[in-house]
Ligand binder design. Sequence first.
Ligand SMILES: C[S@@+](CC[C@H](N)C(=O)[O-])C[C@H]1O[C@@H](n2cnc3c(N)ncnc32)[C@H](O)[C@@H]1O
Length: 235
Amino acid sequence: MTSQTHGQDHHGSGSTGTDGVQDVDAVVAEMMRQEFWDARYAGEGLAWSGDPNPQLVAEVADLEPGRALDVGCGEGGDAVWLARRGWDVTAADLSPLALVKVEAVAAAAGVGDRVRTLHLDAVAQAPEPAAYDLVSAAFLHLPPEPRAAAIAGLAAAVAPGGTLLWVAHSPLDLALPGHGPRPPQLMPTETEVAAALDPQAWSLEVVEARPRTRTGEDGTEVLHHDVVVRARRTG
Ligand SMILES: C[S@@+](CC[C@H](N)C(=O)[O-])C[C@H]1O[C@@H](n2cnc3c(N)ncnc32)[C@H](O)[C@@H]1O
């Protein structure tokens, strides 16, 4: 398993084909299966960098720590960062093998007592309602209907006054150089994500496609855009 930085390629392997609709649909269906993600986390090393996502750092650094739910937590880079800042974190993922990594990473970071793990399919199961001061999902890429179900469940898990943060690859990147083939249906705009939240119950604080650069494998700078939606539950 190669080491990757956050946001480098959260869409599976470079063999992801987008040549035909059927191929793309098959790839997307595969990426929704636990086995797909278990295979990613089955190796000895880490699939991701272990660093927190920069958009999480930017959006959460000023919040008062409380109870946080990180959904699609992967190996726990964000969960450990939150725990270090005093959050009481539930790290949730579809892949039990990812959660094994989270436990090891959190223990090694000395925050094992602040990070508990939860096996959760965010499409099929809603987390405990109104239980968290922060619910964060970073690069949880799903096709439209499952995405709507996941956002609804995650939004309901935010306690009144709490924050929902959704970070994802932007469809702006589909047309940019340096990006591998990606199923476009996994990449909603920030406006689409924001529109999933009831305006009677949510205050939209950030709705952006935020530019970010990373150094590619060949040493060149690659421009990315992260969809960042941060909303506060008012109702
Ligand atoms: C691209 S990785 C992102 C991991 C981490 N958030 C990060 O930013 O590095 C997507 C994660 O979402 C998890 N995932 C995929 N579908 C899921 C679902 N339906 N419910 C919960 N987690 C899911 C995968 O197992 C994987 O760990």
